[in-house]
Ligand binder design. Structure first.
Ligand code: DGL
Length: 261
């Protein structure tokens, strides 16, 4: 099966895209809800948690690991690749490719958690691919608990987004990377605040496409992945709130299982 993880609910945006593009592939989603958010923690702690969740997925049979979390990818991508010997996918490179493709002026905005922004992972990747780019980043830590709480249509949410985006609005960016898998859930409000001319980069579809084409090119990996269409959603702390929010994102009822890491 394909193992997918995030600190909480945000990675479901990636799981949804993978389920749509590879409907027969078995997937297990693990949300580390007992320890969310990751984005306010140190890189060492985020790496430790990410390795534990990857280890959990690997031990229950993941043949591919998808880090559906920018924060975990920024702190632990290399370590996850080195430790488990299975293909590992992450959201940062697909987002950068999409941003560069859709940005005419190469004035690119990045919003993410504090840990992702502090790591500079987006700046490094963008500059590696196009040295003439200008990058403007902003940490938006409050948006993670807002999404986890399901405060999607509250006036307070709109006000907080407006405040976070203000510095980016003055920078004439033409594409904005939603550098946290929780943020596509707030895409409509972000788009309204940034204006129609700014292209919003949500890497979930691009990750799913990348996995699909990887599997077409690597039949040896593909044949190891079970394909009964089974989907399991696990969390390290089971709450009613998560169940409700997960249903809103996936637009279907799901059975949540508790798993100890
Ligand atoms: N969804 C995660 C990301 O993409 C992080 C949220 C968090 O735990 O802070 O960065």
């Amino acid at each position: 099966m394909i193992g997918i993880f995030d600190s909480g609910i945000g990675g479901l945006t990636v799981a949804k895209a993978i389920m749509n593009s590879l409907p027969s592939y078995d997937i297990v989603y693990m949300g580390d809800t007992a320890r969310t958010p990751y984005g306010t923690k140190s890189a060492a702690t985020i790496a430790e948690y990410s390795l534990q969740v990857s280890d959990f997925l690997f031990n229950i049979g993941a043949k591919i690991i998808v880090i559906a979390c920018n924060t975990a990818s920024s702190a632990a991508y290399t370590q996850v690749c080195e430790n488990f010997g299975v293909p590992v996918f992450e959201p940062i490179e697909p987002a950068v490719d999409l941003a560069l493709k859709n940005s005419r002026k190469k004035q690119i905005g990045v919003i993410g958690t504090r840990a992702t922004v502090k790591s500079g992972v987006y700046e490094k990747m963008i500059m590696k691919k196009n040295g003439r780019s200008r990058i403007h980043s902003a940490a938006c830590p409050l948006l993670v608990p807002i999404v986890e709480e399901g405060w999607l249509n509250r006036p307070e949410t709109t006000m907080i987004i407006k405040k976070y985006l203000h510095p980016l609005k003055t920078r004439q960016i033409d594409s904005l990377i939603l550098g946290c898998t929780h943020f596509p859930i707030l895409k409509k409000i972000i788009q309204r605040k940034m204006g129609k001319r700014v292209y919003l980069v949500d890497s979930s579809l691009a990750i799913a496409e990348k996995i699909k084409s990887f599997l077409e090119d690597h039949p040896d990996v593909d044949e190891q992945i079970s394909k009964t269409g089974s989907t399991r959603f696990m969390v390290s702390d089971l709450t009613d709130r998560f169940e409700q929010s997960a249903r809103t994102i996936l637009k279907r009822r799901i059975l949540l299982e508790h798993a100890d890491l």
